[in-house]
Design a protein around this ligand. Structure first.
Ligand SMILES: [Zn+2]
Ligand SMILES: [Zn+2]
Length: 653
């Protein structure tokens, strides 16, 4: 009898105390190990095993000594095994319900998985309940799932028997020496790399989401298949939450709300170039105004650099070599020019325009930088991917020893802004990539400064090794909206290349010229994109300071109450409150409904009693009907709410 020795790095407290490894008979499976109850982990809570860091099926015999661990549902690896297995489960159900079907591929994707089918029946969402019921049945049957390994010739025979000509096509592209594994659950067998759960009973929570046409191998000259998108999670609660977020995201889609609230539009005359309508411009301007205040407090100065600059500049900056494909070009007086895709070279020209002393540093130049970037038509998406946008850009020129405190200051600004919107956020530090410029010393200094700034800020961050730009390390800020979705917004980059290219210098305390370090940073990222996030986060019901229409004054009768309503309206406008007045009389219910649909912060209803008592009847979008109050009281409360840029109404119900 051969024995093997297994170590369990995931279980420091083995029941058999005082040992760091245990001897087993060779050929024991991870499942059998689990069933010896050496540790407190029921087999039912395990999806697969991990042997010497490779994920394997639970029933694969172990023939050599090594490290054994187990894959649990609430891990990225576990989720992948779960979803992979659920793709087979769905295919199995399709086979049982529709019989005559051919299978193409069924991979996992970020939000779940899909499977491509070829069959005569045209799938409709009405089929989903039927398929889900069949999937549940297969789960209840708790069918064992088993792996078989074949040679290429055997695999070919198997696929021929299944009349799986799509898979046969893939098979013929692989070499003889591959392992061809098949997974069988009852009457369904699928060629797949695996691994999977060991029985269907472990798949408890899934949901079919949508169906779409898809060409075999993405080639429009090939067969059109039907793709069902679905998802799976360890628990039904997680599925429910996923479905809720998905539905809510659809309702809040900024493209839909942008149209409904007349914020912006896209026109065929300018694909990817947004048209901002008056209500949308109000949003952008309020955001800019808010940011401008923070920039002032942090000692930034604002610059504006030209939209179009000559090609020689872009060759010097490196954009010609690295970014040309995304730029727009034009000719001015027979000379080649380009529309700026970034604001940095312009900022460098301003820095270079004067003699700078160490006493001028750090020099913080902010710019609402409108940039044009040629994006391919296919990737354009609402305000998320556009061809022109406005960066809340800034370039800080400083001495190397100032990097840390400057980064710290930027992080405080970012923190203040994200908290204003009640966004939580995470930070990623991208470090030196293989093909980078600059000395080891300066890279170590720059990365060290970023790390120290993060630690001073007591921020949790993860490191993306080698993901930095070739000219310096960077920080990326990912905010989380109220649906838990993550968006990359702010960035801070250390740049050691551009000061070199533009030969920037300052006069040091030693009276000698020195090279400054350049920091690029954007807090919102793109104003347009950040606005789209706000639209979705608030579902179009903006806090009062951002709301394009803050107050709507509604007279009950346009004959009897319009004169007083007009007084109210004018008093509000005097206070710079964005109010409108309803002059043509519809029914009161209709007007209130309209005000709600259009998400006006406050509706003021004016009737006989209000007119007599110099009052207003207030309806808040956030809280519903409030008590009647004097006009002065409302103006004072509304003014305070706007000035404090509060996310919530300051009135009591
Ligand atoms: Zn699979
Ligand atoms: Zn820049």
């Amino acid at each position: 009898m051969t024995t093997i020795r297994l170590r369990f790095p995931g279980f420091p407290q083995l029941r058999v105390s005082g040992v760091d490894s245990i001897e087993f008979e060779a050929g024991i499976t991870p499942e059998e190990v689990l069933n010896q109850h050496l540790f407190d982990l029921p087999e039912a809570e395990v999806l697969a095993a991990k042997f010497n860091n490779k994920i394997i099926d639970l029933y694969v015999p172990l023939k050599e000594s090594g490290d054994l661990d187990f894959v649990r549902p609430n891990t990225p690896e576990g989720l992948d095994v779960l979803r992979h297995s659920s793709a087979h489960l769905m295919a199995h159900a399709v086979l049982r319900v529709f019989k005559d079907v051919e299978f193409a591929i069924g991979p996992t994707i970020e939000e779940g998985f899909y499977y491509d089918f070829d069959l005569d029946h045209k799938f409709a969402p009405e089929d989903f309940a039927l398929l889900e019921a069949e999937m549940k049945k297969i789960v209840e049957e708790n069918i064992p799932i088993r792996r078989f390994e074949y040679s290429k010739a055997e695999a070919r025979e198997m696929l021929k028997k299944q009349r799986a000509h799509f898979k046969l096509e893939l098979l013929e592209e692989l070499g003889e020496n591959n392992v061809f594994s098949f997974y069988q659950q009852g009457d369904f067998t699928d060629w797949c790399r695996g691994p999977h759960v060991n029985r269907t009973g472990k798949l408890k929570a899934f949901k079919l989401l949508s169906v779409a046409g898809s060409y075999w191998r993405g080639d429009e000259r090939r067969e059109m298949l039907q793709r069902i998108y679905a998802t799976a999670f360890p628990s039904q609660e997680e599925v429910d939450k996923f479905v809720y977020v998905r539905e809510e995201a659809k309702k809040r889609d900024h493209r839909k709300l942008g149209k409904e609230l007349a914020l912006f539009s896209f026109q065929p005359e300018g694909p990817g170039f947004p048209f901002w309508h008056p209500a949308g411009v109000t949003l952008l301007k309020e955001l800019q105004h808010y940011l401008d205040g923070i920039l002032f407090q942090h000692d930034y100065q604002e610059v504006i650099t030209p939209m179009v600059l000559n090609q020689v500049l872009w060759q010097k900056s490196g954009h010609w070599d690295h970014y040309r494909a995304n730029m727009y070009f034009t000719k001015v007086d027979e000379e080649d020019f380009a529309v700026k895709p970034m604001n940095c070279p312009g900022a460098c020209l301003i820095f270079r325009n004067e003699t700078r002393s160490f006493r001028d540093l750090p020099l913080r130049l902010a710019e609402w930088g409108r940039v044009h970037r040629h994006e391919k038509k296919g990737v354009l998406s609402g305000l998320q991917r556009v061809r022109v946008f406005t960066q809340d850009d800034a370039h800080v020129y400083c001495m190397p020893e100032q990097i840390e405190s400057e980064i710290g200051d930027m992080m405080r600004m970012l923190d203040e802004i994200y908290k204003k919107f009640e966004f939580s956020y995470s930070i990623a530090l991208s470090t030196r990539p293989p093909n980078s410029i600059g000395s080891d010393e300066i890279w170590q200094h720059a990365e060290g400064a970023l790390k120290r700034a993060l630690e001073n800020h007591k921020a949790d961050y993860k490191i993306n090794p080698g993901e930095g730009a070739f000219y310096g390390p960077k920080l990326e800020f990912h905010l989380k909206d109220c649906l838990g979705r993550s968006w990359q917004c702010g960035t801070i980059q250390v740049d050691m290349a551009m000061p070199e290219r533009f030969d920037l210098a300052y006069v040091g305390s030693d009276n000698q010229p020195h090279r400054p370090v350049m920091l690029h940073r954007a807090l919102l990222g793109s104003l347009e994109r950040f606005t789209s996030i706000l639209i979705e986060n608030f579902g179009g019901a903006f806090p009062m300071w951002l709301a394009p229409e803050q107050v709507r004054v509604i007279p009950i009768s346009s004959e009897k109450h319009l004169d007083y309503a007009r007084v109210v309206y004018e008093k509000l406008r005097e206070q710079c409150i964005r109010a409108t007045l309803v002059t043509r009389s519809q029914s009161l219910n209709y007007e209130i409904r309209q005000g709600q649909v259009q998400k006006v912060s406050y509706l003021l209803v004016i009737g006989e009693r209000e007119k007599t008592n110099n009052q207003v009847a207030v309806r808040s979008h956030e809280m519903g009907d409030l008590k009647a109050m004097s006009l002065d009281q409302f103006i004072a409360g509304a003014g305070a709410e706007i000035r404090s840029r509060s996310l919530h109404s300051g009135f009591k119900k």
